[in-house]
Write a protein that binds this ligand. Structure first.
Ligand code: HEM
Length: 578
């Protein structure tokens, strides 16, 4: 998930002449780090924007023209422009490499401009080219280049993302520090296209993040989530009813459960986020799905700085969809505002809780509107609920069904527990919180198949991390999928599916509880953790109350990362009516 967007996504070969690539890298850096319309001085007589102006205006005049159109950049420095900065940037990777090697890190030597990008793309292509035998040792397929680098160079290793070194953090104690020092270790700036999808709290930093987290938190309090259980039930019921119809005649049927589970978790967000405006919510999700496709297409190649401003067919379509989503959310918001003003009883949903919490925050600060979230902020957060909450929870359920199809004794144990607590009745909140075996199973699935396979962070200024001193400009990769199956932390059976390791809780399952981080850790831990777990428990309970299931012979084991860790060729399962 846009947690670290497409962590190992392929990068196509760059078709630009080499000399331009470096300028593009510099430009990209500038765009990404300032997130504004920028320009860049390439020589003394012209500046490079996205499209080079072909007139011969003098630099100062040209600068004025650009600034008037909203572009920003360094003030022109006579003759050199930004060329000295470029030289410094060329030296930078070598300096960083030296500092890292002096502290015992190992990795490939820096290769100009590309670093390890070609190697990364080749490893991914190779991994995706064929499925694997059924085994839980999935890291070589899911994060092939990181896995390979750590195998070759050890846990203290790094890779080159172009000119930027990315250090692997494998020690849970260091991981805990990275997760807790949220101002020193910030999230990497996401591709501007991806920002169209997930420009909410997930990517905010500093005071803006603090403000948003405070305002959004009440929407995810347990007592609010309890009220949402009927909405969860409704969506799950629709899915299992469809499955019941499918097995009705023959008593069993084969299907790919992935699209059903994805649809169900999307439906849950539509109901819980937009309540009575559920139909509009469904439309929003449909548009978001279209947008995801276009964004993924746009991020497959090398991102050309400023490309998103050009009126290409795909850019126009993305803007059109994004505007349509915004209009729909604005409609829903204004309906709610009217109802709130008229004092009408309003159903509790995430949007209304968010709007009320925002109003409270503004009132507490003397009606200063700068304190609360803007309308654009609220819209971005609503969009984010789909991106952050839908795919992740669907992924957890997909892998749970795949694993319970293979480890039938655990499927039986889970069903026995569910019947003991609920019988054939509707699962309720209290019962869900008493499910022990089911919780152990989910923990084990999240350990071996974490929807978020790794986290990315960026070192803003030189920062100490235990005994290490990390220089500014270094990226960090926290490969959860490797840490959560490290034999030194989990024992020699780390790659085996053994939910019983969680029978006495997380602290007894591993040598270090910070080695289990499927929802992150520290202040930025997943805000939707309880939401996701209630939803997943309810869905699994309803499935197991009605069906038994096994893997189909057409299932091919091919875990990979798109946004989350997913089965590349779907999850083909045979359902039997109980
Ligand atoms: C199994 C399901 C889920 C998993 C595995 C998961 C995982 C995560 C992880 C690992 C993070 C931290 C990312 C980081 O620190 O870089 C995160 C953050 C977040 N998640 Fe989830 N998530 C799940 C479900 C949900 C749901 C259902 C929602 C909302 C409906 C949600 C909303 C968020 C938000 C808003 C953040 C950002 C929190 C912040 O930065 O303060 N997640 N999630």
């Amino acid at each position: 998930m846009c947690y670290e967007y497409s962590s190992e996504a392929p990068l196509s070969e760059c078709t630009y002449p080499l000399v331009n690539i470096f300028l593009l890298c510099c430009l990209e850096y500038a765009f990404e780090h300032q997130n504004r319309k920028l320009f860049h001085w390439s020589d003394c007589s012209s500046s490079q924007v996205v499209a080079q102006p072909d007139d011969l205006l003098r630099p100062k005049k040209l600068e004025k023209l650009l600034r008037r159109q909203g572009f920003a950049g360094n003030t022109y420095r006579i003759l050199y422009g930004d060329l000295k900065d470029e030289a410094a940037m060329r030296e930078q990777p070598k300096k960083l490499e030296k500092v890292l090697r002096e502290q015992g890190f190992a990795g490939n030597s820096y290769r100009i401009l590309y670093g390890d990008l070609k190697f990364r793309a080749a490893m991914r292509e190779q991994a995706l080219s064929k499925p694997m035998n059924f085994s839980n040792d999935i890291a070589p397929r899911v994060i092939p280049s990181i896995h390979h680098t750590i195998q070759n160079y050890g846990k203290n290793s790094f890779m080159w993302l172009g000119p930027i070194p990315r250090v692997h953090i494998m020690d849970p104690e260091q991981l805990k520090i990275v997760f807790s020092l949220i101002n020193d270790f910030q999230k990497p700036t996401i591709n501007p296209f991806a920002r169209l999808l997930a420009d909410g709290i997930l990517n905010h930093e500093g005071p803006k993040w603090v403000k948003h987290r405070k305002i959004i938190n009440p929407a995810f309090h347990l007592e609010k989530l309890k009220d949402m259980v009927p909405a969860f039930y409704h969506s799950c019921n629709e899915m299992v009813s469809k499955w019941e119809n499918m097995v009705f005649v023959e008593g069993s049927c084969e299907l790919d459960v992935m699209p059903y589970l994805q649809n169900m978790t999307a439906d849950v967000i539509s109901r819980t986020a937009f309540g009575s405006s559920y139909e509009k919510g469904k439309k929003i999700f449909k548009l978001q799905t279209e947008l995801v496709e276009l964004v993924i297409q746009s991020t497959l190649g090398v991102y050309i700085p400023g490309w998103r401003f050009l009126p290409t067919k795909s850019n126009n379509k993305m803007k059109e969809i994004s505007n349509e989503i915004t209009t729909l959310i604005l409609d829903i918001m204004s309906e709610r505002e009217k109802s709130m003003k008229a004092g009408e009883a309003i159903q509790t949903d995430l949007l209304i809780i968010l709007m009320k919490s925002n109003l409270n925050e503004i009132k507490q600060h003397g009606s200063n509107k700068d304190i609360g979230m803007s309308i654009e902020d609220v819209i971005a957060e609503c969009k984010l609920f789909y991106i952050a909450g839908q795919e992740t929870t669907a992924t957890l359920l997909v892998w749970t069904m795949v694993l319970l199809s293979s480890y039938l004794e655990w499927q039986e144990q889970a069903r026995a527990e569910i019947f003991e607590i609920f019988g054939n009745k509707k699962p309720d909140y209290d019962g869900l919180s008493r499910l022990k075996v089911v919780t152990m199973i989910f923990n084990e699935v999240l350990r071996l198949y974490p929807p978020v396979s790794m986290f990315g962070r960026f070192v803003k200024k030189e920062t100490r991390l235990g005994k290490l001193t990390l220089p500014a400009g270094v990226m960090l990769a926290l490969p959860t999928i490797l840490i959560q199956r490290d034999p030194e932390l989990w024992g020699e059976d780390a790659n085996e599916f053994k939910p019983e390791r969680f029978s006495k809780g997380v602290s007894k399952a591993t040598k270090n509880p910070s080695a289990f981080v499927p929802f992150g850790l520290g202040p930025r831990i997943c805000i939707g953790l309880n939401f996701a777990m209630i939803e997943a428990k309810l869905a699994l309970s309803m499935i197991l109350q009605r069906f038994s299931f096994e893997l189909s012979s057409s299932y091919t084991h091919a875990p990979t990362v798109t946004i989350t860790t997913q089965p590349q060729h779907g999850a083909h399962i045979i359902l039997h009516k109980l």
